[in-house]
Design a protein around this ligand. Structure first.
Ligand code: SAM
Length: 327
C-alpha cells in the first residue's frame, strides 16, 4: 500500500516530527509552568505507548525521517526506555530527545543502548542558586551529573538550550559562550523567550533579541559565523575564534524561520499542532482509538498538515502552555 507524503500548504515536505510523550514535568520553570500548577491530562487522555508507536510508523511511511521526543519531561514518562527501543525499530534517520536532564544520569546508558541518537539539554543557568530560582527546584547537581552521563555514553554533541529572559539570566550569555569555547562536544544555543501560555503575561519586555545577544557576545569575543550543517536547522551558529565548540541563536520572535520550517508537532494528548504559535489543533485520538486503518489515519494526518500556513499569523495567540506542547 502506498502512503501519501506530508506536505504543508505550499507543498513543502514536512519531515520532522516533535512528539510530546507526557505533559508532566519535574521542574516548574516560571515561564513555562503556571504558578497554580499544570492542568494535566488524565491517563486516559494521553497517547498510549502502542498508539505512539503506530502513529510514528504511519508518520514514517508518510515521509517523516526525524523524530524528537519531548514533553513535559520525556524522562518522566513511565516506560520511556522501552518506547525508545520500539521507535528505534521503525527506521528513522534521526531520533532525538529534548530533556531538562534531571533524570538523565539514570537513563543515559539505557537510552543510548535503546537507539537514541542525540539529546538537547535545556539549561538556563550555570549558577545553582539561579537554577533554583528559575526552575523552582534544587536539581542543578543532578542535571550536571546527567550531562556527564550523556557525554560518557556518547550521546553527543549535546545541544544545550538556554532560554534568555531579560533581568533573569541575560548576564550569563558570555558564561555560556565561554563554556562552548572550552568544550568541543557541547553546542550552546540561545533561544529567544516566547510569549506562549504562561509566558504570554510577559510579552516583549522580557525578550532579549538575538541581535542584542550577539552584540553582547561580540563585545567580549571575536567570533566567526559558521555554515549550517543542515540548511533547514533553525539555529544560526558561530564559534569563538580559536575556541573548541560552537554556539548559536534561535530567533522565533525577531526572525522567524517559517520558510524553512519542516516541522509538525503532536501533543501528549494526541493533538496535531502545525505551528508552535498557532491555536489550531487537530485531534488524532478518535482516529487512533476508532476503527480506522493506517491509510485512513495517514490521510487525516496529511490533510491536517496541508493546512500548515507558510507564515506565522499571530505570535501571541497560543494559549496552551509550552509544557503541554513540548517546545
Ligand atoms: N522538559 C523538557 C526540557 O526542559 O527540555 C522538554 C519540554 S520543554 C517545554 C522544551 C523547551 O521549551 C525547553 O528548552 C524550555 O526552556 C523551552 N520553553 C518553554 N517555554 C518557553 C518560552 N516561553 N519561550 C522559549 N522557550 C520556552
Amino acid at each position: 500500500m502506498s502512503f501519501p507524503k506530508l506536505c504543508d500548504a505550499s507543498g513543502n515536505p514536512v519531515t520532522y516530527l516533535r512528539l510530546s510523550v507526557t505533559d508532566r514535568c519535574n521542574l516548574r520553570c516560571f515561564y513555562c509552568v503556571p504558578e497554580e500548577g499544570i492542568c494535566q491530562s488524565t491517563q486516559e487522555e494521553l497517547l498510549r505507548t502502542e498508539e505512539i508507536i503506530r502513529l510514528l510508523q504511519i508518520a514514517h511511511l508518510c515521509g517523516v525521517n526525524k523524530v524528537r521526543l519531548t514533553g513535559g519531561e520525556p524522562l518522566a514518562r513511565r516506560g520511556i526506555g522501552r518506547m525508545v527501543r520500539e521507535i528505534g525499530k521503525i527506521g528513522f534517520r534521526d531520533i532525538a530527545m529534548t530533556t531538562n536532564g534531571v533524570l538523565l544520569h539514570k537513563f543515559a546508558p539505557l537510552l543510548r543502548e535503546a537507539g537514541l541518537h542525540r539529546i538537547n539539554l535545556s539549561l538556563d543557568s550555570l549558577r545553582p542558586d539561579r537554577f533554583h530560582t528559575i526552575t523552582g527546584r534544587d536539581y542543578y547537581d543532578a542535571v550536571i551529573k546527567g550531562l556527564a552521563a550523556a557525554r560518557s555514553v556518547g550521546l553527543t554533541p549535546i545541544k544545550m538550550n538556554a532560554v534568555i529572559v531579560r533581568g533573569v539570566n541575560d548576564d550569563e550569555i558570555c558564561d555560556f559562550v565561554q563554556m562552548s569555547a572550552e568544550q568541543d562536544d557541547i553546542e550552546v544555543r540561545f533561544i529567544e523567550y516566547m510569549p506562549i501560555g504562561v509566558g504570554q503575561g510577559y510579552r516583549d519586555e522580557k525578550l532579549v533579541s538575538v541581535a542584542e545577544m550577539l552584540g553582547r557576545v561580540k563585545e567580549r569575543y571575536i567570533v566567526e559565523a559558521l555554515t549550517p550543517d543542515d540548511p533547514g536547522a533553525p539555529a544560526r551558529m558561530y564559534r569563538v575564534v580559536g575556541g573548541k565548540g560552537k554556539f548559536g541563536f534561535i530567533s522565533p520572535m525577531t526572525q522567524h524561520f517559517c520558510n524553512d520550517c519542516n516541522r509538525l508537532r503532536i501533543t501528549s494528548d494526541g493533538k496535531i499542532k502545525t505551528c508552535l504559535f498557532s491555536r489550531e489543533e487537530y485531534d488524532l485520538l478518535p482516529w487512533l482509538r476508532g476503527k480506522y486503518g493506517d491509510r485512513e489515519i495517514a490521510d487525516y494526518l496529511c490533510q491536517s498538515v496541508a493546512r500548515k500556513a507558510s507564515e506565522i499569523d499571530d505570535k501571541y495567540s497560543s494559549s496552551r502552555n509550552m509544557t503541554r506542547i513540548g517546545g
